[in-house]
Design a protein around this ligand. Structure first.
Ligand SMILES: CC(C)(COP(=O)(O)OP(=O)(O)OC[C@H]1O[C@@H](n2cnc3c(N)ncnc32)[C@H](O)[C@@H]1OP(=O)(O)O)[C@@H](O)C(=O)NCCC(=O)NCCS
Length: 76
């Protein structure tokens, strides 16, 4: 299953849409698909995305990793 709040047009940020969609994704994952676990990840500096994760109750496990497709030292 893919992420639930991949990208919103900037004009739709700050209205709670991503959080609502993410909550819906979790409901589908646990209640309809009966998954045991859902994980999410983003760039360390992507505070809006991290905030969505926190709002829906996800816990930061601090398991950071370097994105395999990005050049070494990239901050994205
Ligand atoms: C990640 C992304 C989708 C998050 O969007 P977002 O608008 O910050 O998140 P939400 O839709 O949940 O909105 C939450 C904000 O809306 C506010 N809000 C306004 N009305 C609201 C309502 N009715 N209900 C809930 N929140 C509401 C919240 O207070 C919060 O504001 P804050 O950020 O100032 O605290 C967006 O930043 C994005 O598209 N980024 C580019 C792509 C990207 O990085 N994707 C993630 C890759 S992992």
């Amino acid at each position: 299953m893919r992420r639930g709040w991949l990208r919103l047009a900037r004009s739709y940020w700050g209205k709670g849409f991503a959080t609502e969609a993410a909550k819906g994704s979790l409901r589908v994952a646990f209640e309809r698909l009966n998954l045991d676990e859902v994980v999410s990840f983003t760039s360390v500096i992507n505070w809006p995305s991290r905030a969505v994760m926190e709002r829906i109750g996800m816990v930061n496990t601090s398991e950071d990793f370097d994105h395999p497709a990005l050049p070494e030292g990239s901050e994205s």
